[in-house]
Design a binder for this molecule. Structure first.
Ligand code: G6P
Ligand code: ZN
Length: 543
């Protein structure tokens, strides 16, 4: 074994987006492409002597090859130890959990989250820091600057290690420990939730269906829901991670999780349904013939949090991303705790959690989590819901309907225009921004504009400012339209239009969502000229 220095030249565009560097697999397969990025991460970290790194991914195509390369580079960079998930598998929340539990310097997650996998699909890499959360922009920007200037990287020529066998081995002076992918994570879940109560609920005939979508959460759900909580075998479907996710799009929303939606819509549907995404950090919650929006899920969990042992002491605060509905704010107000509104991107919650300002966080993009780790967490959300259902004895639909009665309902939908011409999308946003100054007080038919702005966030902990985080048009009754461009797409631009209508009157709580939002949908088109700019008469995906 020896360590070699390899000459390289920089690749353009290695700037991490909302959630790491994501590109087509073929881009990552170019010689030196992955190596350049990893070396730039290590250079940014500085001296790693004596330090521990966590490494794993969602099992998508190229995962194993990338794990072996990164291990060889970590050995060349002087890490004392790398903890790698068995088979190269670790969900994003598990990486966060393992970093924190073992006091690691940080971790590398190999995933493009919900983006499709396989040889023609996407691959991604993300660095998480010692608190277990995604690296802040100061770090990712420094990494990007390194990728622009890189001339060489260092790598051991050691052979591949066996990723299937748990236990310790060495590359150069570095110890590599292949760990059980689920164990540390499952132990943490047992501390947070009342496993006995959930076990009793299931033993009493309560039925559930968890869709692993052939992605990383399958093994976690199988071990915990079937193995530890006694759900019958087969309760977890599509449980085996596949390199191409079985050709499906591992994004848990009503469009992509069609099989689960059909199961939950049947007359003999289980009591509870849930799905998670490629890397296990998202969640979708369903009742029998009933969908729960992510924004409502956050609000319901917050309202009942003290029923779960890990949250008995109450919540310090609730944080949501700006486009997420304001339902959770009403709960925070009732509980007398602060509500925070952050830009899109889980990393913005990190400071609030570290500073003890917030306990629960959530995003409209099917992400929910808490201060137990520093990532959103799919299986955690499922267990939280099961804990509430066990503690209250109520159905999913009853819990949500009662919530609306108490707090009012925030009708909510997101319309995505995917694969739009990047230039046109930027022009659309630019022309919206120009209009903002004159919108206040404007009468738009059903609605009058209270204020319109381009969301800007000042982090209450470190004072950092993030600008241009989404155009919002807020009506006098709290209803809103938000426009922003996705930071996670890999082809062209994705325009997201977020629609929210607040309805206090229980008599109007059971309208079809798109119908309830129709006047706002028309206003969005009228104000932004979506069809003109994008050439699209309809969104590609509506959730
Ligand atoms: C990832 C991030 C989330 C974000 C989501 C959508 O899952 O972790 O924080 O909400 O992507 O981001 P986008 O920029 O595509 O709307
Ligand atoms: Zn994800």
């Amino acid at each position: 074994m020896s360590i070699n220095t390899v000459s390289t030249t920089s690749f353009p565009g290695q700037r991490p987006g909302t959630s790491g560097l994501r590109k087509k697999v073929s881009v990552f397969q170019q010689p030196h492409y992955l190596e350049n990025f990893v070396q730039s991460v290590f250079d940014t970290l500085g001296d790693c002597a004596g330090k521990t790194l966590v490494l794993g991914g969602d099992g998508r195509f190229h995962n194993r090859a990338a794990v072996q390369t990164i291990l060889r580079m970590a050995a060349a960079h002087g890490f004392a130890r790398v903890l790698v998930g068995q088979g190269g598998i670790l969900s994003t929340p598990a990486v966060s959990c393992v970093i924190r539990k073992h006091g690691a310097l940080g971790g590398i997650v190999l995933s493009a989250s919900h983006n499709p996998g396989g040889p023609d699909g996407d691959f991604g890499i993300k660095y998480n820091i010692s608190n277990g959360g995604p690296a802040p922009e100061s770090v990712t920007e420094a990494v990007y600057q390194r990728t622009e200037a890189i001339t060489e990287y260092r790598i051991s020529d050691a052979a591949d290690i066996d990723l299937q066998k748990t236990g310790a081995t060495r590359i150069e002076a570095m110890e590599v420990e292949v760990i059980d992918s689920v164990a540390d994570y499952a132990e943490l879940m047992q501390q947070l939730f009342d496993f006995d109560a959930i076990r009793k609920l299931i033993a009493g005939g309560f039925r559930l269906c968890f869709d692993g979508m052939h992605a990383v959460s399958g093994p976690y759900a199988k071990a915990i829901l079937e193995g530890q909580l006694g759900a019958p075998a087969g309760s977890v479907i599509n449980a085996v991670p596949l390199e191409d996710f079985g050709g499906h799009h591992p994004d848990p929303n009503p469009v992509n999780a069609a099989q689960l939606i059909a199961i939950m819509a049947a007359d003999d549907a289980p009591d509870f349904g849930a799905a998670s995404d490629g890397d296990g950090d998202r969640n979708m919650i369903l009742g029998r013939k009933f969908d729960v929006t992510p924004s409502d899920s956050l609000a319901v969990l917050a309202a009942h949090a003290t029923l779960a042992p890990g949250y008995r002491a109450g919540l310090k605060g609730i944080a949501r991303s700006m486009p997420t509905s304001q339902a959770a704010d009403r709960v925070a107000q009732a509980l007398g705790i602060p509500a925070y509104e952050t830009p899109t991107g889980w990393k913005f919650f990190g400071n609030l959690l570290d500073a003890g300002k917030a306990t629960l966080c959530g995003e409209e993009s099917y992400g929910t989590g808490s201060d137990h780790i520093r990532e959103k967490d799919g299986v955690w959300a499922v267990l939280f819901w099961l804990n509430l259902l066990a503690a209250t004895g109520k159905s999913v639909e009853a819990l949500v309907s009662e919530h609306w009665q108490r707090f009012g309902r925030n009708y909510y939908s997101r319309h995505d225009y995917e694969g739009v011409d990047t230039h046109a999308a930027n022009e659309l946003m630019a022309s919206l921004r120009i209009k903002l100054a004159t919108m206040k007080g404007q009468d738009l038919g059903h609605y009058v504009v209270d204020f319109a702005d381009d969301f800007e966030y000042t982090d209450p902990v470190d004072g950092s400012v993030s600008q241009q985080q989404g155009v919002r048009i807020v009506m006098t009754n709290g209803s809103r339209i938000v426009f922003r461009l996705s930071g996670t797409g890999t082809e062209g631009a994705t325009l997201r239009v977020y629609l929210e209508r607040y309805e206090a009157d229980p008599e109007f709580h059971h309208l079809p969502t798109q119908q309830a939002l129709y006047p706002l949908i028309l206003i969005a088109e009228q104000v932004a000229g979506i069809a003109d700019w994008t050439g699209r008469a309809h969104p590609t995906v509506t959730t």
